[in-house]
Design a protein around this ligand. Structure first.
Ligand code: UD1
Length: 292
């Protein structure tokens, strides 16, 4: 096993890698993912996410490696009219980041239509949280975290004073937004299940949700992390964040039926492992001086 750090847009470097190693399949996780940044810098998102993916697909095709697992996102459901989201729901995108995921999905469907030797699985992630149970691997966002749990984690370790709760007047159990959080280890297992599925002769280009199928509110998530950490998370009740949906959670039936995969961890384990990572690495992979 070896490691190479290559920008996916660097076609000659990718060519060299594929010429020197025979790959059975590719799991493509590489991409920019900050929604706000994508609105400000659409060129950067389209260039990095889409051109990077097209270059990768071209090089894979040229070297006869036509098996791909791609990290898509529940963001392609836009603002769903109903829940749970099934894979057949209409697709839309609310921002350039989301559009890159949607376009890449469409590109993959077109490529399969043009050449049925391709086997492609698009995985629509819901809200990945938690950390590896060892406490050695976790999320360490640069700057102010956009997503809920990295922010809550930084409040719990004392790096930020309080959490803004974006929206308290939604038609949900407690008025706060509901999402489908999934433990990163379950998410990783979903990729193994997808890789196994790629050896099935009848697979073409398929899409699967990776979620637990359970909706959890912001306040429920905060309470679970408070319990796991023994820390109080001070809250500031704030207005809705523009562009946010009210309730999004996955239908997990297709993945259970066809990938033989189902998430095994609940929010208690997600918060336990998130806190284990956070308490051992309060400044992530950096030091107090190196983070904003
Ligand atoms: C966000 C992205 C989505 C992406 C997903 C990946 C936006 C608008 N959407 O979705 O495109 O695919 O992450 O995981 O950024 N919240 C607070 N306070 C905070 C942060 C979040 O109350 O400081 C609330 C949000 O309003 C929401 C919930 O927590 O109800 C989850 O937010 P977040 O973690 O950003 O995920 P998504 O909104 O689902």
């Amino acid at each position: 096993m070896s490691y190479a750090q290559i920008d996916l847009r660097d076609k000659p470097a990718l060519e060299q890698l594929f010429a020197s190693t025979k790959f059975n399949a590719v799991i493509h996780f590489a991409g920019l993912k900050a929604v706000g940044e994508s609105v400000e810098k659409p060129f950067m998102y389209y260039n990095n996410n889409i051109i990077g993916t097209i270059t990768l697909l071209e090089v894979m095709a040229a070297h006869g490696c036509k098996r791909l697992v791609f990290s898509s996102s529940a963001t392609v459901y836009g603002w769903p009219n109903e829940v749970p989201c099934t894979e057949e729901f209409p697709l839309s995108a609310a921002n350039p980041y989301g559009r890159t995921k949607l376009f890449i999905e469409e590109i993959c469907r077109d490529i399969y239509r043009s050449d049925s030797e391709w086997k492609i699985i698009l995985l629509r992630y819901f809200n990945p949280v938690g950390a590896h149970p060892s406490g050695y691997i976790g999320e360490d966002p640069r700057g102010i975290p956009n997503n809920l749990m990295p922010f809550v984690q930084q409040v719990a370790v004392g790096r930020r004073p309080s959490l803004n709760v974006f929206g308290t007047d939604y038609s949900t159990k407690d008025g706060t937004g509901v999402r489908n959080y999934i433990h990163v280890v379950d998410l990783a297992d979903g990729h193994i299940a997808a890789l196994n599925k790629l050896s099935n002769p009848s697979i073409g280009c398929e899409v699967y949700n990776l979620g637990t199928g359970k909706g959890t509110s912001v306040l429920e998530m905060v309470a679970a992390l408070e319990k796991a950490s023994g820390k109080k998370i001070p809250l500031v009740m704030a207005g809705r964040r523009p562009g946010d949906s009210e309730i999004v959670y996955a239908s997990t039936e297709k993945a259970e039926r066809e990938l033989n995969w189902r998430a095994s961890y609940g929010i208690e384990e997600m918060c336990r492992d998130q806190w284990n990572w956070a308490s051992k690495n309060p400044y992530g992979y950096g030091s107090p001086d190196s983070t904003a």
